[in-house]
Ligand binder design. Structure first.
Ligand SMILES: [Zn+2]
Length: 161
């Protein structure tokens, strides 16, 4: 049995048990529910899905059962354009988990669909020191896990001008 790379015990005794290092960086598996599965599985079709109120058209992320604008409950997942802009960012220099690239940027992406519609994520195909506020980005997806617990983490890469 493979040892966990973080706690150095066998998986299932103390922690989730990390798989051996793969091409994708380590991600803590999300708890996928009926309410958020559109977000975690949309990447299978290359779609960044958020809930949207069907009554007032307000986009909602993170997922919640009621529209914060009109208190309506008629919410459905819809795909965004996948385009966005770096609203803010920070650089992580501490190696918390086995991951190849340090430092790396933790970015807050804002989407043109709605002011204030934002997602915390990471950048790919971009050096941490090259990340800038206002940088135009587009979504890409990291595939993790295996069926039926496959999930897709949205990450962002610079849009070439
Ligand atoms: Zn609404």
């Amino acid at each position: 049995m493979t040892m966990c790379q973080i706690c150095l015990t066998q998986p299932g005794t103390h922690c989730y048990g990390l798989p051996p290092m793969a091409d994708n960086p380590f991600r803590v598996p999300p708890r996928i529910t009926k309410q958020n599965s559109h977000f975690w599985t949309g990447g299978a079709e290359g779609k960044l899905n958020f809930l949207r109120c069907q009554d007032c058209q307000h986009w909602i992320h993170p997922a919640q059962p009621v529209c914060p604008e009109c208190w309506g409950k008629n919410l459905k997942p819809e795909a965004t354009s996948g385009l966005g802009e770096v609203y803010s960012f920070t650089l992580n220099t501490q190696q918390w988990v086995p991951a190849p690239d340090h430092p790396y940027a933790i970015v807050l992406i804002e989407f043109p669909e709605q002011k204030g519609l934002r997602l915390t994520s990471n950048m790919i195909n971009c050096k941490a020191e090259d990340v800038k506020i206002g940088m135009k980005v587009k979504v890409a997806f990291e595939e993790h896990g295996s069926d039926p617990k496959k999930f897709y983490v949205p990450v962002f890469e610079p849009v070439e001008n």
